[in-house]
Write a protein that binds this ligand. Sequence first.
Ligand SMILES: C[S@@+](CC[C@H](N)C(=O)[O-])C[C@H]1O[C@@H](n2cnc3c(N)ncnc32)[C@H](O)[C@@H]1O
Length: 388
Amino acid sequence: MTMHDYRIIKLNTEIIWPSIVAIERLSSLYSKDEIYFEFANNELVINLRQLDFSNFKENIQLLTEGSDKGTSQLLNLIIDNIEKIKSYGLKGRKRLYVGYDKERRVRDRREKEKERGIYYYANDNTFSKKNNVVPPEFINKIIVGDSEDILKKLPENCIDLIFTSPPYNFGLDYDNHRDGTDWNEYFDKLFKILKESIRVLKYGGRIIVNVQPLFSDYIPIHHILSDFFMKEKLIWRGEIIWDKHNWNCKYTAWGSWKSPSNPYLKYTWEFLEIFCKGDLKKQGDSKNADITAEEFKKYVIGKWDIAPERNMRDYGHPAMFPENLVERTLKLFSFKGDVVLDPFNGVGTTTSVAKRLSRNYVGIDVSGEYCKKAEDRIKKTQINTTLF
Ligand SMILES: C[S@@+](CC[C@H](N)C(=O)[O-])C[C@H]1O[C@@H](n2cnc3c(N)ncnc32)[C@H](O)[C@@H]1O
């Protein structure tokens, strides 16, 4: 067997004589095909192949009883380091630490990607690579108006990130937007605004749309939107499930109770569809990234558990998203100093969080009343100066 047949763990620690005896006793319980240990200048090398881990843990516990402090610490260190390994295969009671993923590994991945045609639907785009700046009359402004008209006044390629949640056409009571129209009319208007949004997005910029399908009308808005973006030559970057853990339909609405004839599915989540213009990679200085390691590890998992906004009544808006949703999105997909646009800004959750996180913003909403509230919110927003 070569060293490649083992997973090697090196523990840098002073090794005293009783510890050597304990480890030799431990070693004698296992074959070289499972695990063996080597000592070298204050280093214990663990050569790991496969183990019945719970049996190993029991043996370590037995050895720890009656051992001196240094030896028990070393034995516990061994357990901690092996337990830390979260990726392994399983064969019967044993954990396989090497070779378990060989069968599933795709050889010549790059070549195969090329052959298949990675994001083939967006490769023939004609987007200009020249980015522009947002004119001063629009930067860090909340603008009242129809986004279809307002966006036409912006130059192409000037926005780094668009994060938005359009009206879902459910029939909510907005200030001056009529929600709940004929679906064709709804999509016609939405696509006009999204086309403008794509135009103003920088090359390498991202557009992220929060949507909820109208399950009761059997309209998969998230699929229809994704199809639209792909036809517009944007690259589908992925999808985040925003799980609100609330029942958006009556829990007692079963469709056909206890019968497969027409059961009604229930959901507690919405979607964030993420698209890129021209390039998956975004230009930006790494010193302007403000996401911590812990946040990054958590946010890249495509399911976010975030409670819905609880203060909609206070703001007088029927469909706000929570600040935490915006905070995660901005930290994961934009740099400090970027320009963030929300063309359906409502009472300004996106713009307020953008300001707090030292991003520039442009917020547009058709309601003067909502824009006024968004302005007030901006005035009260403190810029986050926490350093880490
Ligand atoms: C789902 S709400 C967005 C709420 C926002 N995310 C928040 O947290 O406050 C959609 C918003 O789009 C606005 N709206 C509808 N049609 C519009 C249009 N053509 N141009 C600009 N805004 C529009 C509505 O007034 C409404 O506030």
